[in-house]
Design a binder for this molecule. Structure first.
Ligand code: AMP
Length: 338
């Protein structure tokens, strides 16, 4: 039987590192936090890192690899980890990595992601290949627009051509059907050890200025020529109508099942479906994150759903550590690495 004392859990100090490291400590696993100078204060103050490694930046992250390997560290990737290093560098890491690396390509490529989600039988907002096809309300999303800044809405081709004039030189965009409904982020965990998809939690994002525009009258919105942006500033916890749970679970199961047809090992660990729920209770999925999302951060002490299942505080971070612990103790650690 493997010993968890021989391993460590490591991640970059940002995004969801507090719950990942706290979860690892609660499971009795050593923790390593790799921080950009300045960020270490937080991880010191909250006392979640047995070891803190401070770097000026992440350009030389790979120089740490031998040290991490000698400590049997298992890296937990999160959104900032992937954005600091980039998908290519993550793919080439030699240190142990929780989760299937190949699936990251499927989530980060707009077209591949749609193929995957469609294959899973999910409902997606329609994409319009040319502006002339626009026959309903659409949202124009610029690729790489930080915080969705400058996205705009149009109803007709004429309106599109008029509004796009204000975006000279910006040609990388997608025209997507605009779904009127509420954004709802669905958090799951799939265990390859038990072959079960678990519902972990739900959140909605607090986005600036999309979430503040309604605080001023429509006339004032027009007068000050507001542009909608969707910069995420934080996350708010949610529970959903209980009658929606069977469908939500099935959506997660379908995503996992089809991922196994796409890449060896498929998707496992935490993942999130980003959806809009319309008034007829139809879920439209506009994105998938194949890893822990920051929307799980309100739940360090567990969620209503994990409380029912586990009867103890169980964050997504702790669930990851529990999976690693179970894998180590049953000599199946390879099954949670990728
Ligand atoms: P994204 O950059 O794709 O994450 O989108 C930013 C925000 O725009 C999301 O948080 C949603 O609230 C909203 N959004 C994105 N796609 C759609 C859509 N097809 N219909 C309605 N709202 C959307």
């Amino acid at each position: 039987m493997g010993n968890i004392k021989d391993y460590a859990i490591a991640t970059i100090g940002s995004h969801s590192a507090l719950q990942i490291l706290k979860g690892a400590k609660d499971e009795g696993i050593k923790t390593i936090c790799i921080c950009k100078k300045g960020a270490e204060k937080i991880y010191k103050q909250f006392n979640v890192a047995d070891e803190l490694i401070v770097l000026d930046n992440f350009d030389n992250f790979e120089k740490l690899e031998d040290e991490l390997i000698s400590k049997n560290a298992i890296i937990i990737p999160h959104g900032s980890f992937i954005s600091y290093l980039g998908t290519n560098r993550v793919q080439n890491l030699r240190v142990m990595h929780f989760g299937t690396k190949e699936i990251l390509e499927w989530e980060s490529n707009r077209n591949m992601e749609r193929v995957w989600l469609k294959k899973a039988g999910l409902r997606l907002p329609k994409i319009f290949n040319t502006p002339d096809e626009i026959d309903t309300k659409v949202i124009i999303k610029f690729h790489g627009a930080s915080g969705g800044f400058g996205y705009f809405i149009a109803h007709t081709a004429e309106e599109f051509y008029e509004r796009i004039k204000g975006y000279k030189g910006k040609e990388d965009y997608v025209i997507q059907e605009y779904i009127i409904g509420v954004p709802l982020y669905l958090h799951y965990f799939y265990s390859p050890l038990t072959d079960e998809v678990e519902i972990m939690s739900f959140d909605k994002r607090y986005e600036s200025n999309a979430d503040s525009i309604g605080r001023i009258a429509a006339k004032d919105q027009l007068d000050v020529d507001l542009k909608t942006s969707y910069t995420v500033t934080g996350n708010m916890p949610l529970v959903v109508r209980e009658s929606l749970l069977p469908e939500i679970l099935e959506m997660g199961e379908n995503v996992v099942r089809t991922s196994k047809e796409l890449v060896k090992g498929g998707l496992f660990g935490p993942f999130c479906l980003e959806t809009i729920l319309d008034p007829n209770l139809n879920f439209y999925v506009f994105e998938i994150s194949a890893r822990i999302v920051a929307g799980t951060n309100p739940f360090i002490n567990g969620t209503p759903y994990t409380w029912v299942r586990y009867n103890e505080p169980m964050s997504t971070g702790r669930r990851i550590a529990r999976e690693i612990k179970n894998a180590i103790m049953s000599d199946r650690v390879e099954e949670v690495l990728g």
